[in-house]
Design a protein around this ligand. Structure first.
Ligand code: PMP
Length: 414
């Protein structure tokens, strides 16, 4: 453990640990400096959907650098930027009939969230935002305010204001329709909920424990937003980029958000974040929302290659095939260990196995690490084992990884 505390960063930022020093990676495997190999079932929390060191992406970046391509251009137009925007439009937006404008934000997901919240408030001239229980949108002050886990918050940050939390789908149990509940809050002046500028949500909550909103719930939420003139922001930072089957996670519900935040895998492993907005929302004054590292040309090069995976249906088919395998392997594991009271949830290639007894999921992740598998935990009590392998993972590695999960849970019960 000491290795981690000394090396991960110079302040203690992350709470989870893999006590070794990683050195190399390829596809869905990572190697530490001793040469020990680990299967990666986490993929940077959805950042490495195309795998580690994908040669298609890295070769393009190496070639770009060797040919003297521009690395940093601030907000100048560059050939790499144009190529990315053209590819995004032609391959992703146009075939889905989505009319979004693209704004590059600072390089990390939180920057895209901050941009969305600021723009929503500016356009609607209202300061309140509605967010959901167990949602995660980042830990800078604006994003933190809409993150639904008070463990991260402290009232001195001033980040509890201008946000109302509503119950996510299923939070109040299967029989309560939380959209009807929300409607009551919006209609009834005694609720103390100001009409919000926007609603922000993940269609599948990642850090919150793999909570999957139903198609009906998402459609009702969209209708409610339209009725009350509230902007709908989908945060697709973790479960976009193909994780749930389509490129965007909201495709499964056929909804059309006003804004979408993207980061993690959009840069193919390079830092990049962006906001998609309905064209009429582009009301910024020049210079009103800028920053230095918005649009990194190396990320544009990798991202343009990555979007090539969407030129045909192969990747969507792979997600379906791998997703079915993940579900069936995890169901077998859940059935084998009823004493752990497992609850399996997921869609596409994002699955969570809740092990509600205190500390069990963390112990299972530790046992898995010792056997050569990297899994993280999620949920408000870190009670959920989270499975987000690369979308391109080989079937053999998936099976090998789930064998390790099985052995890890078995070891806990010995
Ligand atoms: N939104 C969601 C849904 C996320 O999962 C994350 C990161 N886990 C963020 C926002 C914040 O992104 P970043 O850590 O890149 O700032």
């Amino acid at each position: 453990m000491r290795i981690f505390e000394e090396m991960e960063s110079e302040v203690r930022g992350y709470v989870r640990s893999f006590p070794t020093i990683f050195d190399k990676a390829r596809g869905s495997e990572m190697f530490d400096e001793q040469g020990d190999r680990y299967i990666d079932f986490f993929a940077g929390a959805g950042t490495l959907n195309y795998g580690h060191n994908n040669p298609l992406l890295t070769d393009a970046v190496i070639e770009y650098l060797q040919e003297g391509g521009i690395v940093h251009g601030l907000d100048k137009a560059t050939v790499a930027k144009r190529a990315f925007l053209t590819k995004l439009r032609d391959t992703i937006l146009a075939p889905r009939n989505l009319q979004y404008k693209v704004q590059f934000t600072g390089p990390t997901g939180t920057n895209a969230v901050e941009t969305a919240l600021k723009l929503a408030r500016m356009v609607k001239k209202r300061s309140n935002i509605i967010a959901f229980t167990n949602g995660y949108h980042g830990l800078t002050l604006g994003a933190l305010a809409v993150t639904g886990n008070y463990d991260y918050k402290d009232e001195t940050y001033g980040s509890r204001s201008n946000t109302a939390f509503m119950p996510y789908d299923g939070f109040l149990g299967k029989d309560v329709d939380s959209i009807d509940y929300m409607r009551r809050f919006l209609e009834d002046g005694s609720s103390g909920v100001d009409l919000p500028a926007a609603v922000i949500l993940e269609t599948v909550q990642g850090e919150g424990g793999i909570n999957v909103a139903s198609v009906e719930w998402l459609q009702k939420l969209e209708a409610l937003c339209r009725e009350f003139d509230i902007l709908l922001i989908v945060d697709d930072i973790q479960v976009g980029n193909g994780r749930t089957g389509g490129f965007f996670s909201f495709e499964r519900a056929g909804i059309y958000p006003d804004m979408v935040t993207l980061s993690k895998s959009i840069g193919g492993g390079m830092p990049m974040a962006l906001l998609l907005m309905r064209p009429d929302l582009d009301q910024w004054q020049p210079g009103e929302h800028t920053g230095t590292f918005r649009g990194n040309n190396l990320a544009f090069v990798a991202a343009t290659q990555a979007l090539g995976y969407w030129d045909n249906e192969d990747l969507a088919h792979a997600v379906r095939r791998n997703g079915e395998l993940m579900q069936s392997e995890l169901q077998k594991i859940a059935d084998k260990y009823p004493q752990l009271e497992p609850d399996l949830r997921g869609v596409g290639m994002v699955w969570g196995l809740e092990l509600p007894q205190p500390g069990v999921a963390g112990e299972a992740a530790r046992e898995a690490f010792e056997r050569g598998l990297l899994i993280e935990t999620a949920g408000d009590r870190d009670q959920v084992l989270k499975f987000l392998p690369s979308l391109l993972i080989e079937e053999e590695l998936l099976r090998e990884g789930f064998d390790i999960v099985d052995q890890a849970l078995g070891a806990l019960l010995e």
